[in-house]
Design a protein around this ligand. Structure first.
Ligand code: AMP
Length: 193
């Protein structure tokens, strides 16, 4: 089972992706986590990436497409994958489509966790408090930019999947467990006991 999770920053994609991974065996591929671990390595590439992440901007499509192409073909994704944070532009979506076609795979469901902008700042502040400020982009100023980028560049990707008939809209403002149940309903399996 191959999935995409869409949603604005703070929508709960990471939490839900982890739950799906545990339940269904598909592997979570968080592009944000991949980029952050490169940033932490302190390499030249990592430093360049950190400045992009801290500005709330997007890493160029060519870099992202290569990163994801490599990850998807890893044995860990043999039972499927959950893309958490990718694609974020139409160019990435088109490249993903072509890449999957070449390897004889396809996206089964694209799920969007819909959350109003107004409550995201509180969620990001909570995450920053819970993680001791682990993410340097979890602050009000960068969130504003990340949201702007989400609306301008990522939301226009949704019709691409809507046209394929695989886009599912979920109320991401419901309590976390209810969001999980809504996802289970889409994936057609009962929640694990
Ligand atoms: P996330 O952890 O998904 O919120 O991503 C954190 C940051 O990593 C984003 O604000 C972007 O700077 C960068 N990033 C993650 N995924 C992508 C992507 N698919 N394309 C471009 N930049 C990305």
């Amino acid at each position: 089972m191959n999935l995409i999770l869409f949603g604005p920053p703070g929508a709960g994609k990471g939490t839900q992706a982890q739950r799906i991974q545990q339940k269904y065996g598909a592997r979570q591929l968080s592009t944000g986590d991949m980029l952050r671990s490169e940033c932490e390595s302190g390499s030249d590439l990592g430093q360049m990436l950190k400045s992009i992440l801290d500005a709330g901007q997007l890493v160029p499509d060519e870099v992202m497409v290569k990163l994801v192409a490599y990850a998807i073909q890893d044995d860990a994704c043999a039972e499927g994958f959950i893309l958490d944070g990718f694609p974020r532009t139409l160019g990435q979506a088109e490249a993903l489509d072509e890449m999957l076609r070449e390897i004889g795979r396809a996206i089964d469901h694209a799920i969007i966790l819909e959350v109003d902008d107004g409550i995201l700042l509180d969620r990001i502040r909570n995450r920053a408090a819970q993680t001791g400020g682990a993410r340097s982009d979890d602050n009000a100023e960068t969130l504003k930019k990340r949201l702007e980028v989400y609306h301008k560049q990522t939301k226009p990707v949704l019709p691409f999947y809507e046209k394929k008939g695989i886009l599912r809209r979920i109320d991401g403002m419901a309590p976390m467990d209810d969001v999980t149940s809504q996802i289970d309903a889409v994936l057609g399996k009962k929640a694990a006991a």
